[in-house]
Design a protein around this ligand. Structure first.
Ligand code: DAH
Length: 357
């Protein structure tokens, strides 16, 4: 019995995998195992012999079983350790190499604009880039015969003959979001809407896709004076120059009455543009008091409410602020350009933390 014990305890200790352990279990304590066979011999013994051999055999069986159990647990632990070592992962490592990607100037400027208007209580509204011609034109007081439709170089979505859904266009401006937001939220209202717009046009200052930010404020007693203050606050914050002056030139937009084009003060020194100084002027946006028909189209009573609106080119003010000469480069995805004009991805622009660094 001691030989049996030594043989199996040593073999179990030397086993390096679970299959070997299982073989040993079968050989020792399985149905026809050596220990089991010995137990069968008990019946042939005298009661005295049995009293000695019985407990010994049982103890041996227990000892072998618990050695098998302990070894099995040890092997499982070792396997787990091995796996954990292989699957080791340092979650504190940065997910990307530092300094690789950059934030596109259009995204950066959109964030800057949003931060500035948020500080003046404007929320951000959004609308679809593919919209019906009703939202893009009719609701904005541009009926189908209106020359403004022809001037816009609109991309119309394809329509099969017999398709009687309303015609859809790639929105030519962010102004349709005025209507959608009026419908959804009613008055009073104070929102901006930044986003992509489309026109069939291509040269140094025009691309088929570009970006605008629309502004809309509606309340009981809003006037052009509020518009002027808001825009001057915006431009001073955006160009990071105190007290930028604006010039309002009377203009016409179907969706405003009255309408104005707005210039900001600037000068050219040695061919370099300086915003917010001198006596030159640079056109930056269209604006006006929202036309009563537009309020009506948005479901707002023009006898009770009035407001101002403006629309400004994001790409254009990005070019002015960051000295980017050609609009087309915004959309070329040239890595060298993106590295040069892009922004660090973790510097989110805020008014208190700095808009651009
Ligand atoms: N939607 C005009 C455009 O794309 C810009 C504009 C002008 C927007 C005057 C306005 C506005 O909200 O009041 O050229």
């Amino acid at each position: 019995m001691d030989d049996l014990r030594d043989k199996y305890i040593a073999a179990i200790a030397a086993a390096t995998d679970e299959a070997t352990l299982e073989d040993l279990r079968v050989q020792a304590v399985g149905k026809k195992g050596e220990v089991s066979l010995q137990m069968r011999e008990l019946g042939k013994m005298t009661p005295e012999e049995r009293q000695v051999a019985g407990p010994k055999l049982n103890a041996l069986k227990d000892e072998i079983n618990s050695a098998l159990g302990a070894k099995k647990a040890g092997l499982e632990d070792a396997a787990l350790d091995e796996r954990l070592r292989g699957e080791w992962l340092d979650v504190t490592l940065p997910s990307r190499l530092r300094g690789q990607g950059t934030v596109h100037p259009i995204s950066q400027v959109t964030e800057e604009v949003t931060a500035i208007f948020a500080d003046m209580g404007f929320g951000v509204a959004e609308g679809p880039r593919i919209d019906t011609d009703w939202y893009n034109f009719d609701a904005l007081n541009i009926p189908s015969h209106h020359p403004a439709r022809a001037e816009m170089d609109t991309f119309y979505m394809h329509r099969d003959e017999g398709d009687n859904r309303p015609p859809h266009v790639l929105r030519t401006h962010t102004s349709p979001v005025q209507i959608r937001t009026m419908e959804a939220e009613g008055a009073p209202l104070r929102i901006i809407c930044p986003g992509g717009v489309y026109r069939a046009d291509y040269d140094q200052t025009h691309t088929p896709m570009f970006h605008q930010v629309e502004g809309l404020a509606i309340d009981k007693d809003i006037s052009m004076a509020n518009l002027k203050w808001v825009l001057e606050e915006f431009f001073s914050a955006f160009f990071e120059v105190e007290g930028i002056k604006t010039r309002f030139r009377s203009s016409h937009f179907p969706f405003t009455e009255p309408g104005a084009e707005v210039d900001i003060q600037c000068s050219w020194v040695d061919g370099q543009l300086r915003i917010g100084e001198g006596d030159g002027w640079m056109e930056v946006l269209g604006s006006g008091m929202v036309h009563p028909k537009v309020l009506q189209a948005g479901g707002i009573d023009p006898d009770q409410w009035q407001g101002f609106a403006f629309g400004m080119g994001i790409d254009r003010i990005a070019m002015l602020k960051y000295g980017i000469p050609d609009l087309r480069a915004f959309f070329d995805s040239d890595l060298r350009w993106l590295r040069h004009y892009g922004f660090a991805s973790l510097d989110v622009p805020t008014l208190h933390g700095g808009l651009s660094r």
